[in-house]
Design a protein around this ligand. Structure first.
Ligand code: ARG
Length: 596
């Protein structure tokens, strides 16, 4: 179903066609009115057209108004300022549209007419290490985008590009072989491997023999030495088990987990292909992709411009002078695989901002290679502590993701217990306390939901300051607030003893009803915006505004004590609001509960 915005856009486009001929496309000319007192939507079409034709914009605006004076979607449009035309949706149109959505499982969101094959590459931790807070954003953002694109009807493949190969394994294998405390490994494999890694890595900094020994272990691993390969495999198995526990707490799933090592066999072939095609060339024994001069200097990722304007090469290294391959080679091979095996149309990478150069070079290389993929780097900023520096534990260590999730749940449980005590005081004898399991389940939904939402609600390109009190607050732009709004609506239906009864039509009379209905109709716009820009925070903004309008409506418009069509219409508004909140939160990977 068309959203009101799409509806107005189509009408304006058709009008432009009639009035000015075929060359005007209206899409970008319609936007929500900056001030809703003047209308819901606004077009600057008259001004654009007046400029083109050297005419008076207000006169052209008048033509548009005359052409659209009688319309089922909006009241007679009004001219504003230098030549804007403002549209106010008719209550009848809003009522009919809301009614239609309330009868549709998908809330009026039609699946994409041309579904794309979209590979989404997120999380991708380097293994033999525990997940830490730095992995949160990629995991959460990527998961939300996967849910969103899937809901919009695309064919999504989520792939966890694990860092399961590379120099760190020489160090881990060496450390493991030298260490005798195998009991630790049995108890906490990943914690142990991480310790061994850090210890050996630090030792290698001052001791060349350790560095050499680690390199020798790596060479043996790469050459297929059975003992080292077996160790590496067991490290990976243990890591995967530990990762899966955290992913399942986060309710994050992957269709594929193809780590870097999966592409090892392809690497020599990729380098040869790029050499043969003249895309890469040799340089001091290494092989790299250089600028081919076709891009403007400022957009050319193979060049860095220095202060003063001088520039130098910034090659994309795909084979080191010792013959080894690297991160770039693997990503090129991965692209080739995703094209050949998944028939991907688009690949979306979700990583932190520090990898922007890598992906700019990778994408430019892919263009020259002609794989014909649409590639997107969805990058994000850092999570900061109260001191505005990257978040650390009190003693300056990295914050383990596991610990963060534990704390989210503990804090949520505490808040829920407090709220329960308040309610007990209010309700006295009638109060029924929750069981422990119920309280824990609730704390998991609220705690993990709050953590996810705090991340997704940010414009991803910005750093944000992590704050427990803020993200767990029941008022404000938080998951607890939205989950609570959903719970309150569900309480209405529990009191009613049934869901909203089916109705022939909806009547909207009160301003608060119409405002809520209009917001409900915008759901599709928020999804499109979030997907087009790979920014789930647009959906968060939408849900927050929706919940706010619902509260206003609920304050002004009694539901259960009203009667007749007013009551049934209000019940439909309540029900559609609940469904929209639930669906929206689910697209952010956040669960809802029926009762708090
Ligand atoms: N393992 C990488 C890291 O920890 C992230 C992988 C991102 N995906 C990719 N295809 N390069 O930084």
């Amino acid at each position: 179903m068309k959203t009101p915005r799409q509806e107005v856009e189509a009408i304006v486009a058709a009008t432009a066609q009639t009035l000015y001929g075929a060359d005007v496309s209206a899409g970008p000319y319609v936007r929500p009115c900056p001030d809703t007192r003047h209308g819901d939507f606004q077009t600057n079409l008259a001004m654009v057209q007046a400029k083109k034709a050297g005419k008076n914009p207000r006169e052209l605006a008048q033509q548009i108004v005359d052409a659209l004076a009688e319309h089922s979607v909006f009241e007679k449009p009004e001219i504003a300022g230098p030549g804007f035309v403002n549209f106010r949706l008719k209550a009848g149109y809003c009522a009919a549209q809301t009614h239609a959505r309330s009868q549709d499982q998908r809330l009026g969101i039609e699946p994409a007419a041309q579904p794309l094959k979209v590979v989404i590459d997120y999380s991708g931790p380097n293994i033999a290490k525990e997940l830490h807070v730095g992995h949160l954003r990629s995991t959460i953002l990527g998961d939300s985008l996967a849910r969103l694109f899937r809901f919009l009807g695309h064919n999504v493949i989520s792939d966890n590009h694990l860092g399961d190969w590379g120099t760190q394994f020489g160090i881990v294998i060496l450390g493991y072989k030298r260490d005798t405390n195998k009991e630790r490994f049995e108890q906490d494999p990943i914690g142990y491997l991480e310790e061994v890694y850090v210890r050996t890595q630090n030792a290698s900094k001052t001791d060349d023999t350790i560095r050499e020994a680690a390199r020798a272990e790596l060479v043996k691993l790469q050459a297929g030495d059975p003992e080292n390969v077996a160790l590496w495999k067991s490290f990976i198995d243990h890591s995967l088990q530990s990762l899966d526990r955290t992913y399942s707490r986060l309710d994050v799933k992957f269709d594929y987990t193809l780590g870097e090592s999966f592409y090892n066999d392809r690497l020599p072939g990729v380098v040869k292909t790029l050499l043969d095609a003249g895309i890469a060339r040799e340089t001091e024994g290494a092989i790299a992709v250089f600028s081919d001069g076709t891009l403007p200097q400022k957009d050319d990722p193979f060049i860095v411009t220095e202060k003063g304007g001088a520039f130098r090469d910034n090659p994309f290294l795909i084979r080191k002078s010792d013959g080894g391959f690297n991160y770039a080679t693997t990503d090129l091979a991965t692209l080739q695989y995703r094209k050949e095996h998944f028939h991907a149309d688009r690949v979306i990478y979700v990583t932190d901002s520090r990898q922007q150069m890598h992906f700019a070079q990778l994408f430019a290389t892919e263009k020259r290679w002609n794989l014909g993929l649409n590639l997107q780097h969805v990058w994000f900023g850092a999570i900061l502590g109260a001191d505005k520096k990257p978040l650390k534990t009190r003693d300056g260590g990295t914050v383990k993701l596991r610990a963060l999730l534990d704390e989210a749940q503990e804090r949520a449980e505490k808040i829920i217990t407090e709220k329960e005590a308040e309610r007990a005081a209010r309700e006295g004898e009638n109060f029924v306390p929750k069981g422990d399991d119920q309280r824990r389940d609730l704390a998991q939904v609220v705690g993990i939901g709050a953590l996810k939402y705090a991340d997704l609600a940010q414009n991803r390109n910005l750093d944000y300051v992590f704050n427990w009190d803020k993200l767990l607050a029941f008022d404000g732009n938080t998951a607890p607030y939205l989950i609570n709004a959903y719970v309150r609506i569900r309480a209405i239906f529990r009191k009613l003893g049934s869901e909203a009864p089916p109705v022939e039509r909806l009547v909207l009379a009160e301003e608060a009803e119409i405002a809520l209905a209009k917001k409900l109709l915008d759901f599709g716009d928020s999804l499109a915006l979030a997907a087009d820009e790979y920014r789930p925070h647009y959906l968060c903004v939408y849900l927050f505004e929706l919940a706010g309008l619902f509260h206003k409506f609920y304050e002004h418009c009694p539901v259960l004590i009203s009667e007749g069509e007013t009551k049934t219409s209000r019940l439909v508004l309540c029900s559609l609001t609940a469904q929209t909140l639930k669906t929206g939160l689910a697209l952010l990977g956040i669960k809802t509960v029926e009762q708090m």
